[in-house]
Design a protein. Sequence first.
Length: 53
Amino acid sequence: MVYYIVISSFLIALFSGFYGKKQGYSFSRQFVTGFIASAGIITIIYKLIKDYL
């Protein structure tokens, strides 16, 4: 399951990086913050689903 979280966070971070670059921000900064945020959110959602189902 960890692989799915990392891969999906990586894809979301790529989208965040390219979108941020289009808006005039640094790609690397948007990529790192997008990866950290999406990994945290996906992990929380996974834990909530795992605990309640």
